[in-house]
Design a protein around this ligand. Structure first.
Ligand code: DEZ
Length: 331
């Protein structure tokens, strides 16, 4: 059995070798020739998994060690008998921590308390649900929008336009697909309060950057259209700008690798079910009060410093991601 794996998947080296020939390659460099005689492909987001890569190959499983899967042509894979698995929810707490750090930063620099702010959460899946729960506990008034969930569950979520109209801060946690691409654009921004803040840690293409620049709103972005080539004006005027690392927590990456290994074990009958990186510190989910958050988050994650670094060195977008010291989840 042969596996091609992105060499930047942490905690993986040595785990699969007893059962397969494993070749590690930089995600961007993985080519059709590399995967032709492979049975499985373990990726992150840098490998476009589509007909151009996979047609004519032996690949039966594409397992992405990421929450997002817009780099995979799932329809083509389904039509060609290739199983696709994702690491759904793996880094939700890492993203929660990014949102928390951004909210603390905004509250300090703009001078408000959570009880004075309405937070709109767009996309209430693994990440959005956590953001909702913690933000409510911190004292924010939280309004949610998730049309597919509302359709299925009738849970009282609001239409996007209504959430946008009332929100002081609007945070996006949707997957990227045809229904969410540029869902935040001119028309939506026109409905928002002047000076409201748009936060995006989902995918860059969910927010129309040019429309944001014209909107009179403020923004804090982790993800960008056309990464790694950022619009300099969008970057320069951002309240916070980070290099697509919202989900980069140690536990998030460990979860992602474990989920990919589990998918492989399941698909090929390997005795690795339940494997988890032994060297990764376990997650410690717990409630955290706003004041404790304000007192502690800077010691774990200085989002302001990270933002300044990206603004000063936008050309380092990819290397900042590659060399990232994964953050410790502490709530
Ligand atoms: O989809 C995800 O899991 C995140 O956006 C992730 O942080 C980005 O993917 P990666 O840098 O691991 O390729």
């Amino acid at each position: 059995m042969k596996i091609i794996a992105d060499s930047a998947i942490p905690f993986l080296k040595g785990v699969l070798e007893p059962f397969a020939e494993v070749r590690y390659l930089p995600g961007k460099a993985i080519s059709a020739a590399d995967v032709r005689d492979a049975d499985a492909l373990l990726t992150r987001t840098r490998t476009r998994c589509d007909a151009a890569l996979l047609a004519g190959s032996r690949v039966r499983l594409v397992a992405t060690a990421t929450i997002g899967f817009d780099h995979i042509d799932t329809a083509w894979c389904a039509a060609h008998g290739i199983t696709v698995t994702t690491a759904a929810g793996c880094n939700a707490r890492g993203v929660l921590q990014w949102v928390a750090a951004a909210l603390v930063h905004l509250s300090r620099t703009q001078g408000w308390q959570p009880a004075e702010r309405t937070l709109g959460v767009v996309g209430v899946g693994h990440v959005g649900s956590l953001v909702k729960t913690y933000a409510e506990a911190w004292g924010f008034r939280v309004l949610c929008c998730d049309p597919p969930r509302e359709e299925r569950e009738r849970c009282g979520f609001l239409p996007l336009e209504e959430v946008a109209r009332q929100a002081d801060i609007l945070t996006f946690h949707t997957p990227l697909d045809d229904t969410t691409r540029r869902m935040a654009g001119e028309e939506l921004f026109r409905r928002m309060k002047p000076g409201a803040v748009v936060m995006n840690s989902s995918r860059g293409e969910v927010v129309d950057g040019a429309a944001l620049l014209r909107s009179g709103l403020e923004w804090a972005l982790d993800v960008w259209e056309h990464e790694p080539d950022l619009n300099p004006e969008l970057l320069g005027k951002a309240l916070l700008a980070t290099p697509h690392i919202a989900g980069y927590s140690e536990q998030g990456k460990a979860n992602a690798t474990a989920m990919s290994v589990a998918a492989l074990a399941h698909c090929f009958g390997l005795p690795l079910e339940g494997w988890y990186p032994p060297e990764a510190a376990p997650s410690v989910p717990r409630p955290i009060a706003w004041q404790e958050l304000c007192d502690t988050i800077g010691g774990v994650y200085d989002i302001g410093a990270e933002s300044r670094r990206l603004k000063e060195h936008p050309g380092d977008f990819e290397s900042l991601r590659d060399r990232y010291a994964y953050r410790r989840e502490y709530f």
